[in-house]
Design a protein around this ligand. Sequence first.
Ligand code: CDP
Length: 205
Amino acid sequence: MLVAIDGPAGAGKSTVARAVARELHFTYLASGAMYRCVALLSLAMPASEPAALARAARIELGERVLLDGRDVTEEIRTPEASEAASRVAADPGVREALVAKQRELIAGGDWVAEGRDIGTVVAPDAELKVFLTANPEERARRRAVELGADSATVLAEQALRDERDTTRSHSPLQAAPGAVVLDTTGMGVEQVVARIASLARDRAG
Ligand code: CDP
């Protein structure tokens, strides 16, 4: 079974998806970490074609994120990596390479996969699709707490990334047909997790 959770930055996808996976005993896939890895490669090798870097990258996702055998768990979370991730993510060749890697992973077993295009592109036939969102101010506030950064700066960076993610011509961020839209503004993590886990149990029949 696959639970697909998509939504904009700071909607709480990773916290929620990880907790839902734990509760259901499914495996968690953070597809964004793959785009972030390609972003690091692209920052280090600006002359190389991002799609070629994406195809060649050996990305291992687990407790730690390994890129070609190197632990990049912290490095992929910097604002610079976030910015570069949304840039390389607009490249159709990068998306094609990473979507193939994601489909290969989720082909076996039970998964909670989280990102921007899981329900629309990677796995449109997922048993449960959730579109997680919250108002921009609340999303920026959550992310600022997480990063120990200033909320106004985060809000500005987030607006740029939202704009790029929703307006790109290839796989723009949008709710998948049939997705349950969950606005988490003012909702606690526990509550969101319980709701998604219950929906998943219903779908599993
Ligand atoms: O945690 P946050 O939502 O800020 O970022 P993320 O999920 O790690 O994704 C980082 C960037 O990768 C996003 O801004 C998107 O541009 C891109 N991304 C994507 O295009 N498709 C995905 N399935 C996941 C991430």
